[in-house]
Write a protein that binds this ligand. Structure first.
Ligand SMILES: [Zn+2]
Ligand SMILES: [Zn+2]
Length: 352
């Protein structure tokens, strides 16, 4: 094996990324070396590309970014059990401490000391990624590589959508980005009655309609949500709300169209100045639950098992590019007209 590889690196404190050769990461006794096949661009990567306020405060260049991927195990440390060389894997992007109260209670997604792959440590937009065995997820059979490459955000969608009971419930999802669309598909798969997805982006609503059977996609710039509730003959409002947009308006309209006792799961980051009507929350006994990451590793299990039993979200992938065309991929993401963008790293080997 040669000792350098291609990687997409935030090289300095400025906008943009650099494709360059860096050393192949070494592995310790409990680590796995993964040869990356395909990666997917996340909103987080776009923040890092743009070098906005969040990125400047959280990212320390030089850093190989990226955390959504599928790959093949190239090597394992001497203490690694249960993962074989040649096996197809992805991985949980949150590295946790393993010793805090939540970790020891089996609630690792609530760890007090979480580190992110491609955010706080070297990431997956490269030919190889070194990852602790604990974070490696062997992939069940019969699942397309491209789909595995988006398991990280699909996991966010699954975690949010399965937080509350979906069977026969009326569900409102605000925000038709890829995670909102996938959450709508999961809600439908999990047995919801009406699934209503709102946005003001017509392209994404159209994409969602193609992916999710029976979806009610609503452009709230053109149509009132209260009219939709009436048209669907829902007399008491939505039972479950999944907030995926981070828009204060969306959260407010969700709160005002929930039935009393309704449950809200919030994934989208809100601005610090966003207010909520606490009296409405109290008087109508609403439950609001914040969602972060994926449950380790129950979300991963459910996600793969649902795909094996017919959940289909592959339509959310709109772009498939060679890794050298990453600029095109980021441009597509920044246009707000794309679904998920896949970067294929398999041609890197032939290049040498
Ligand atoms: Zn992501
Ligand atoms: Zn912990």
């Amino acid at each position: 094996m040669q000792n350098t590889m291609f990687a997409l690196v935030k090289a300095e404190s400025a906008p943009g990324l650099t494709l360059k050769r860096v050393p192949i990461p070494s592995i310790g006794p409990t680590d796995v070396l993964i040869r990356i096949k395909k990666t997917s661009i996340c909103g987080t990567d776009v923040h890092i590309y743009r070098w906005d306020e969040w990125a400047e405060a959280n990212i320390k260049p030089p850093l190989t970014i990226g955390h959504e991927y599928v790959g093949i195990v190239e090597a394992v440390g001497e203490m690694v059990k249960g993962v074989r060389v040649g096996e197809r894997v992805s991985g949980e992007g949150h590295l946790v401490c393993g010793i805090c109260r939540n970790c020891r209670a089996g609630k690792r997604h609530l760890c007090k000391d979480t580190h992110g792959v491609g955010v706080n440590r070297s990431g997956a937009f490269a030919e190889y990624l070194a990852l602790p065995r604990e974070n490696v997820v062997p992939i069940m059979d019969g699942i397309d590589d491209d789909l595995v490459a988006i398991f990280d955000p699909l996991g966010n969608a699954v975690h949010t959508a399965l937080k509350f009971d979906m069977l026969a419930e009326d569900v409102l999802i605000t925000g038709a980005g890829p995670i909102g669309i996938m959450a709508a598909a999961v809600a439908r798969f999990a047995g919801a009655r009406h699934v209503v997805l709102t946005d003001i982006n017509e392209t994404r609503l159209k994409l969602a309609e193609k992916i999710v059977p029976g979806l009610v996609a609503v452009n709230v710039a053109k149509k009132e949500l209260t009219d939709v509730v009436r048209d669907l003959k829902m007399t008491e409002g939505f039972d479950v709300g999944l907030e995926m947009s981070g828009a204060a308006d969306a959260l407010h309209s969700m709160m005002s169209t929930m039935r009393s006792g309704g449950k809200l799961a919030l994934l989208g980051f809100q601005k610090a100045e966003t207010t909520i009507d606490f009296n409405a929350l109290i008087l109508r006994s609403l439950t609001i639950q914040g969602i972060y990451g994926r449950e380790m590793f129950e979300t991963w299990y459910k996600m793969m098992s649902m795909i094996q039993s017919g959940l289909d979200v592959s339509g959310v992938i709109t772009h498939r590019l060679d890794f050298r065309d990453y600029e095109k991929g980021f441009a597509a993401m920044m246009s707000n007209e794309s679904g998920k963008v896949i970067l294929d790293w398999t041609s890197a080997r032939e290049a040498l």
